[in-house]
Design a protein around this ligand. Structure first.
Ligand SMILES: Nc1ncnc2c1ncn2[C@@H]1O[C@H](COP(=O)(O)OP(=O)(O)OP(=O)(O)O)[C@@H](O)[C@H]1O
Length: 266
């Protein structure tokens, strides 16, 4: 970990003009290159908004967002995204949905033409990793919501982006599948060390996966607390039974409860 890869400086975001909803205000945070950061906070505090600004999907109303040393003013190509709503293209098979970033990101397009078979194998390997072996030829409507969410995780990973933006990527999954996918993500992070920003409501998930957990205030959202996560990797289910893990989750829960009441967090 070294220089900041993502720099968010005093950002505000208001939807719908001057009378609209102020989602973020005075929001600042840095994420180092190769760091795994989780963002937690009360419902509606602006977490998804923050993700959209960093990914370049929306411009900030005020303040600066810099990624890899460049002001973000258009959708980023170095990012892999998996959001709450998987938004798969219904007319494309699962394998073709996973391969979509390779067709969209210019650096991969030419290589895809030359090395289609190798890329397809990589997509199939990813599908296998998330438990979707044999589903590559299906269409999204033939898969459950959770399976579509897993597909969207594969799509976020296929082009090995240096920045992963994950907005509740596991929220539609049952607890066992979710915990399996924590390990998949942990494995991917340990192997490649992408910079990751994960938004989640699941405080165990944040503590299991992240190097650092940032807590947001109620809307308008800003970062009001941070906790480093000290547990060595690979973390396992045993880690989650440690008293220190339980204490960390309890602290995060208390921060969010205070934020919901509008209290300052120390
Ligand atoms: N496209 C939009 N147009 C207008 N208002 C919006 C839009 N998107 C979000 N908002 C508003 O901005 C605020 C923050 O929303 P956002 O989705 O970023 O919160 P969140 O923390 O991700 O919520 P949750 O935890 O419930 O997923 C909310 O009041 C929401 O209604």
């Amino acid at each position: 970990m070294s220089r900041a890869f993502v720099e968010i400086d005093n950002v505000a975001m208001r939807y719908g003009g001057v009378e609209g909803t102020l989602a973020l205000e005075g929001c600042s945070m840095n994420v180092a290159e190769g760091e795994f950061v989780a963002v937690v906070g009360p419902s509606g505090c602006g977490k998804s908004t923050l993700m959209r600004l960093v990914s370049g999907l929306w411009p900030a109303t005020d303040g600066n967002v810099v990624v890899a040393g460049r002001e973000v003013d258009e959708p980023l190509s170095l990012v892999g995204m998996a959001f709450q709503n998987p938004t798969l293209l219904p007319w494309r098979r699962i394998l073709d949905n996973v391969m979509l970033p390779l067709e969209v990101v210019p650096a991969h397009r030419a290589r895809l033409r030359r090395e289609r078979v190798a890329y397809e194998q990589k997509a199939l390997d990813l599908l296998k990793l998330v438990g979707l072996e044999g589903f590559g030829a299906k269409y999204p409507y033939q898969l459950s919501g959770g399976m579509q969410q897993r597909t969207s995780l594969c799509r976020a990973l296929i082009h090995e982006p240096p920045l992963l933006m994950l907005d509740e990527p596991f929220s539609a999954l049952d607890v066992f599948t979710r915990e399996d996918l924590w390990d998949v993500l942990q494995q991917v992070w340990m192997a490649r060390k992408p910079t990751v920003i994960l938004v989640t409501h699941d405080l165990r998930e944040a503590a299991y996966l992240a190097d650092r957990v940032l807590v947001m205030s109620s809307r308008p959202g800003r970062i009001i607390a941070e906790r480093k996560v000290p547990f060595p990797r690979p973390r396992t289910m045993e880690t989650t039974f440690l008293p220190e893990f339980t204490a960390l989750v309890a602290d995060l829960r208390a921060y969010i409860a205070a934020a919901r009441r509008g209290e300052e967090v120390v």
